[in-house]
Design a protein around this ligand. Structure first.
Ligand code: GBH
Length: 443
């Protein structure tokens, strides 16, 4: 059965792209075969990663990529989103690895979808420096020069919003800076890096260029003015700050005044047209007026000085991470973007969606994915042009500041033996894909 609701998942449009996602630092291991990244430095500081673990070995995907590509092929996905580690590309033989991986994917009939930056900045570089954007464009050129003959779909950055917020404003992710609003230049430089990367890719003849931005609906804690205002501000920071420079060529809500450099000139670069727009969706956020105390939320410490406070979404099941399960938030988000940006919004791809649960018999993950895939279909029915859906993640992996304690995989990884075991959700998704593609019968 490909459903928990008793009716089959509705059919998605022909050519809809089904995939799964991972990122380099979270799965590759083989840290001794590359330069260090800011995450290696951060992880080495005591107390930064909850279980004290490191990503030195992780899933050892660097050595086991053939087995992992076979898992992708067995699942029947059209595409695989992985990330290219910039510090590995800077190291001898680093590009050779991605060359082999792309060949293996192509041979298996799985479209490679590389992300060019997923948080593992080379140690020594800093997004507060403008020059990092230019360095990124050089990195992108090197990758495009090597893989561009086989790669037709590219992602520039993963979630500059989370990298800015968690890494530079709140300090719970690498590089561990706690700058609050002084972190905004890190956002601007990532957006500039994105625009320069789009130009570098096009100079290499690449098409099919997108970004993976973190978005979610913001729900006010009440109808009171102070709560509405706080929620609107949160929406500005999480959603509009990262969507509008790209889609409209402008910073919203006066935030441009807080950005460094010749912002108007940079916005010309940042607003290079995109071929598609990637959305990573996990959950809505309930936001109210500041409460004047520091709180811990979703694994993150929120300082009292912020002009909003994040509240619990009640009456919802939560994942092991404590994140609420709200499938209809995905419909709401996409329909809202469609209404807000109209024809300025390119075709959308869900570049991440998933949940952390323990165990191999992961019925909760099946229910989660089933609900979200249906919610996505509703957005399409409502007129949003959605072209693909990627599950986070293929494998259990190094979940950043949570270490190995949170398992997001369709495939279980034993971090002692590195043995891979497909979970119930893997078999379920395989059946969904088989139905979607109109294949019949057998195993
Ligand atoms: C993604 O980040 C990353 O791209 C990926 O590397 C990572 O492994 C994956 O997600 C899982 O974490 O308000 O309590 O509902 C997503 C980061 C997801 C962080 C949503 C904040 C809201 C938590 N964000 N989350 S809550």
């Amino acid at each position: 059965m490909a459903t928990d609701a008793g009716t089959p998942i509705p059919r998605f449009p022909a050519g809809f792209l089904w995939g799964v996602s991972t990122s380099a630092h979270q799965i590759e291991g083989a840290a001794d075969a590359r330069e260090p990244s800011v995450w290696d430095v951060f992880t080495a500081e005591p107390g930064r990663v909850k279980d004290g673990s490191t990503a030195a070995v992780a899933c050892d995907h660097y050595h086991r990529y053939r087995e992992d590509v076979a898992l992708l092929a067995g699942l029947g996905v059209d595409a695989y989103r992985f990330s290219v580690s910039w510090p590995r590309v800077n190291s001898p033989g680093g590009l050779d690895f991605y060359d082999r991986l792309v060949d293996e994917l192509c041979a298996a009939g799985v479209r490679p979808v590389p992300t060019l930056f997923h948080w593992d900045l080379p140690a020594g570089l800093d997004w507060l420096e403008r020059d990092t954007a230019a360095r990124f464009a050089d990195h992108v050129s090197a990758v495009a020069g090597r893989l561009g003959d086989r790669v037709t779909t590219w992602i520039t950055l993963n979630e500059p919003a989370e990298h800015t917020l968690l890494g530079h404003a709140l300090g719970t992710h690498a590089p561990g800076k706690r700058l609050l609003f002084d972190a905004l230049p890190a956002a601007h430089h990532q957006l500039l890096a994105h625009g320069l990367a789009v130009r570098a890719l096009r100079a290499h003849g690449a098409a099919g260029i997108g970004i993976a931005n973190s978005h979610g609906p913001t729900w006010p804690a009440s109808g009171e003015g102070a709560d509405l205002e706080a929620a609107e501000f949160y929406d500005l920071l999480l959603n509009r700050l990262f969507a509008e420079p790209l889609l409209l060529g402008a910073y919203p809500g006066g935030l441009g005044e807080l950005m460094p450099g010749d912002v108007e000139a940079d916005l010309q670069v940042i607003a290079e047209p995109l071929d598609w727009y990637g959305v990573n969706y996990y959950a809505p956020t309930r936001v109210g007026a500041p409460q004047g105390t520091e709180i811990e939320f979703g694994g993150v410490r929120m300082p009292a000085e912020l002009p909003f406070s994040v509240r619990e979404i009640e009456d919802r099941p939560v994942t092991d991470f404590g994140w609420p399960v709200v499938p209809e938030g995905l419909t709401e988000l996409l329909v809202g973007f469609h209404e807000r940006y109209g024809e300025k919004l390119p075709p959308v791809v869900i570049t991440e969606n998933g949940c952390s649960y323990e165990g191999v018999d992961d019925r909760e993950r099946i229910a989660f994915l089933d609900g979200h895939i249906r919610a996505l279909h509703r957005a399409i029915e409502a007129g949003v042009d959605v072209r693909g859906y990627f599950v986070w993640s293929l494998l259990d992996n190094f979940e950043w500041a949570e270490g190995y304690a949170r398992r997001f995989g369709l495939v279980h990884v034993d971090f002692e033996t590195l043995k891979r075991t497909p979970k119930a959700s893997y078999g379920w998704l395989r059946e969904v894909l088989r139905q979607q593609k109109g294949r019949h019968g057998g195993r």
